[in-house]
Design a protein around this ligand. Sequence first.
Ligand SMILES: [Zn+2]
Ligand SMILES: [Zn+2]
Length: 379
Amino acid sequence: MIDPLVALRHDLHRHPDLSGQEGATARRVRAYIEQTNPAQVIDGLGGHGVAVVYHGAHHGPTVLFRAELDALPIQERSVAAHRSVRDGVAHLCGHDGHMAILAGLGESLRNHPPVSGRVILLFQPAEETGEGARAVLADPRFDALRPDWAFALHNMPGVAPGHVAVGAGPAACASVGLRVCLQGREAHAAQPETGQSPAPVMQDLLEWVQAFQGAHGRKDGCLATLCHLNMGQPAFGISPAQAEIWITLRAITDCALGQLEGQLRDLVAQRASLCGLEVQISRHDHFNASINDPDAAAIVARAAAGLGMPAGDFALPMRASEDFGAFSAVTRTGLFFLGAGETVPSLHNPDYDFPDTLIAPAVRLFRAILDDCLHAQGG
Ligand SMILES: [Zn+2]
Ligand SMILES: [Zn+2]
């Protein structure tokens, strides 16, 4: 018989929801988790978030564990029976696996309730857009749930299966998406000099982005990625007036990210004014860097060691961003990464699929972290 947590993961994988539209996924998770006898289930937190609360018999700290509800707007390439039934939407970041792990922790809490304290399993919406964690924190009902500790894991391709990457300090990069819109004036393609084309500025921007590729060696982790561009109309007779370019910037710290953004804004302003173009720049999908509390990182490392799972600060910080960083502002946080295997596709690739074999060890790891937190504070 298939493990119920694996079956849950496959069911979630088959029916993915985009960021901010996770109502159906939240209902699936809720239906499963209600069988674990929680003291309370709170729906609609910061959007479609679900918080599941368990009480210990005695007073103690509140420990929160987070998983994400959302999938990605990418067409999956898979022949698996549990592949997405929704065109152009798929769980390619492994959030389906993270939800199954949290559901497994719920089962562990049903079978062995915490002796003390309070446990919150948070199924958070809209992680991929960087909005969900902030929205949950801003929900007035979250005030009653404020944790003393918050933990989250992310699966990590490129690291051996079951190896735990954890360390104090930066765990995931800060990032921001910049949408740059340039407006000039059209001209005949035979007389481009009579118009104001955004093409030269686009070229400068592409060169600037290119200079930040291959960020492996950069200590500050600065990386610029071209995500989308659009210029003019598909007509050979017209020199274009408009262009739009979307660039994602990332860096290890919020400060380094701010400097990188400043550099790009200066470059655009300078070149656009030379070409007589109007510029509009808007910010999107902003993520703070996720910074681990040293004690929280030590608890994760200890829990991994106790279970014989190899742990170290290899591959940290992760180049991708995590909106879990927003929790660092309100409590002690520990974000760590669980190796998904060296040869599996990367996250957000159309053929990524969360390895089912990680679910059981990750449940044990979360439980060991919880028990350590409760024990450490007199539980
Ligand atoms: Zn992702
Ligand atoms: Zn993710």
